[in-house]
Design a protein around this ligand. Structure first.
Ligand SMILES: Nc1ncnc2c1ncn2[C@@H]1O[C@H](COP(=O)(O)OP(=O)(O)OP(=O)(O)O)[C@@H](O)[C@H]1O
Ligand SMILES: [Mg+2]
Length: 203
């Protein structure tokens, strides 16, 4: 648990309500949390999803693993504690985006169930959609888009999810997308259909 250091702080409320933003933007802010092994397809789907949403005049923004580690989380590594802190900070950022009524799409391996559940708890009911980007590790390893599986097998990359660090599958994700059985288009469409069916967006 992260310690609260600051004292004597008080929340300052604005005049704009969530409903004001929903009416203005014609969408309901939400965090779409993609989780899965490296190479499962999180970034690929995030990019297609963001594109499809913007083409339909919906505001979405991707928070992606490596990108965030270049800046906000550049002081964090891949130990269990750092992974937890990584996800905690991302969760807080996603919460801000969601409060601003954006569709935040996150693409992090986020291997620990507890960390993901903590983010879910940060957000209100219906504001967190956990999507399991499912793909057998053999397929991810064959894809090896970043060449990291090879390095992990050779022991050159330590604490690599699925090889030398655990991945805890979601138990009750809102949606599961099996990218070993679906095309990129079909996977993206499955998420878009979910968003429309639940009234977050309208096409
Ligand atoms: N249905 C699918 N959905 C997404 N990607 C797919 C699908 N089928 C095949 N792929 C391919 O799988 C690879 C997924 O790589 P991607 O970088 O998106 O994975 P990632 O989950 O973001 O990994 P990392 O955690 O390392 O960032 C891409 O080469 C993509 O073209
Ligand atoms: Mg990625």
């Amino acid at each position: 648990m992260t310690v609260q250091k600051a004292t004597n702080i008080k929340w300052h409320h604005g005049k704009i309500t969530k409903d004001d933003r929903v009416n203005l933007m014609k969408q309901k802010g939400v965090t779409i949390w993609l989780t899965g092994l490296s190479g499962s397809g999180k970034s690929t789907i995030a990019v297609e999803l963001e594109h499809a949403l913007l083409e339909n005049k919906h505001l979405a923004y991707i928070l992606d693993g490596d990108n965030i580690r270049h800046g906000l989380n550049k002081n964090l590594g891949f130990s269990p504690e750092d992974r937890t802190e990584n996800i905690r900070r991302i969760g807080e950022v996603a919460k801000l985006f969601t409060d601003a009524n954006m569709i935040a799409i996150t693409a992090f391996i986020s291997p620990y169930r507890q960390d993901r559940d903590n983010v879910r708890k940060l957000l209100k009911d219906g504001e967190f959609i956990e999507i399991y980007i499912k793909c057998p590790i053999e397929v991810c390893e064959q894809r090896d888009t970043k060449g990291l599986y090879k390095k992990a097998r050779a022991g050159e990359v330590k604490e690599f999810t699925g090889i030398s660090a655990p991945y805890e599958e979601p138990l009750h994700p809102e949606l599961t997308v099996d990218t070993s059985k679906m095309t990129v288009d079909e996977s993206t469409r499955a998420v878009l259909n979910y968003l429309e069916a639940k009234g977050y967006v309208k096409f």
